[in-house]
Design a protein around this ligand. Structure first.
Ligand code: SF4
Length: 272
C-alpha cells in the first residue's frame, strides 16, 4: 500500500495532468505469471502487505482540493484494488466529494475483475454517473483477462476464476446498458504470451459477440487505447527476451488481421 503524488506543492506549473496512483492495497488474490508483484509481493518492503487505512484515503482525497493541476486518479499501482474491504466506501467518498471536478478530473480502475460482483458494479456505475461532474470523469475500467478458456486462465493466473471474471464483465456491460449509462468504458486486455496465443481468436470472437449483442461500438487495439470507447486490447508482454515477445505479438496480430505482416515479417505500414 502506498500513496505517490508527483509533487508536494499546490501547483506544479507543468501545465499537464498529474497521474496520481493511490495504491489502496499491494495485495492480490491471484498470481499472474507475468506479474512482478505476484512473485515479489514485498516490493514495497512493507511487513506485512497491507490495506490503506480509511484515514489515509480520506486525507489524500481531501488534499486534492489544494491542487490546481488536472489530476488523473487511479486507486491502483500493484495489487488488486477490489480486494480492499472498504473499496466501495473509498470510491463513493471520492466521487461524492468531487462536484465540479474540484478534486480530480479523471479516474480509472485497473482490476482483474474477479471481485467486481453485482453489488460492486452498482457502486462503480453510481459513482461514474453521479451527474455532479464532467460526464467522462470515470473513464475506464481496465480488466486484465488474458485468457479465453478457464484452463488457460488457471495456467496463467494460478486461480480458477476465469468463468467468474467473464460473468462479472458481462454483468457490468449489461447493467450499464440496462441502466441507460455510458460510463465507465470497458477495456478487456489480453496480454499475448505463449500460453494463450492459440486462443486470441476465440477471445476476440467472444467479446465481439457480446458487444454486438448489446449494440455497443468498440475498438480492437494493439497499443494503449487512444479513444474513449469500449476496447479489446491485445497487449505486448514485457519480459527479459523482449524481441521474442514482440515477435509473438506481431504473429498474433497478423493472425487476427489486426496488423498484417509482409513476407519478411515487418509491419505493413498502411494498416496503421
Ligand atoms: S491481477 Fe494484477 S496485481 Fe494481481 S497478479 Fe495479476 S497482474 Fe499482478
Amino acid at each position: 500500500m502506498s500513496a505517490q503524488l508527483d509533487t508536494p506543492k499546490a501547483k506544479t506549473g507543468f501545465g499537464q495532468p498529474i497521474n496520481l496512483n493511490l495504491e489502496i492495497t499491494d495485495l492480490c488474490n491471484i498470481k499472474c505469471r507475468m506479474c512482478g508483484q505476484a512473485h515479489n509481493p514485498k516490493v514495497h518492503n512493507l511487513q506485512p502487505n497491507s490495506f490503506m487505512p480509511w484515514a489515509v484515503w480520506k486525507a489524500s482525497i481531501d488534499a486534492l482540493a489544494d491542487y490546481d493541476d488536472e489530476v488523473s486518479l487511479c486507486p491502483h499501482w500493484l495489487g488488486e484494488p477490489c480486494l480492499h474491504p472498504e473499496f466501495d466506501r473509498f470510491l463513493r467518498y471520492a466521487f461524492e466529494h468531487n462536484a465540479d471536478n474540484r478534486l480530480f478530473r479523471h479516474f480509472k480502475l485497473h482490476t482483474n475483475g474477479s471481485l467486481l460482483e453485482p453489488d460492486r458494479v452498482d457502486t462503480v456505475l453510481d459513482c461514474a454517473n453521479l451527474g455532479t461532474m464532467a460526464e467522462d470523469t470515470f473513464r475506464f475500467v481496465h480488466f486484465s483477462v488474458d485468457a479465453y478458456t478457464p484452463a488457460v486462465y488457471y495456467g496463467i493466473k494460478k486461480y480458477d476464476y476465469g468463468e467468474r471474471v467473464y460473468r462479472n464483465i458481462v454483468n457490468l456491460l449489461e447493467t450499464r446498458e440496462r441502466r441507460g449509462l455510458q460510463w465507465p468504458r470497458v477495456t478487456n486486455a489480453f496480454i499475448v504470451m505463449p500460453e494463450n496465443q492459440h486462443e486470441a481468436r476465440r477471445f476476440l470472437d467472444y467479446w465481439t459477440h457480446v458487444f454486438d449483442r448489446l449494440g455497443l461500438p468498440f475498438d480492437v487495439v494493439y497499443d494503449w487505447p487512444q479513444h474513449v470507447r469500449d476496447n479489446l486490447y491485445f497487449r505486448r508482454l514485457h519480459q527479459a527476451d523482449q524481441p521474442a515477445a514482440d515477435r509473438l505479438h506481431r504473429l498474433v496480430l497478423n493472425d487476427l488481421d489486426l496488423l498484417p505482416l509482409d513476407a519478411e515479417g515487418s509491419w505493413i505500414e498502411e494498416s496503421f
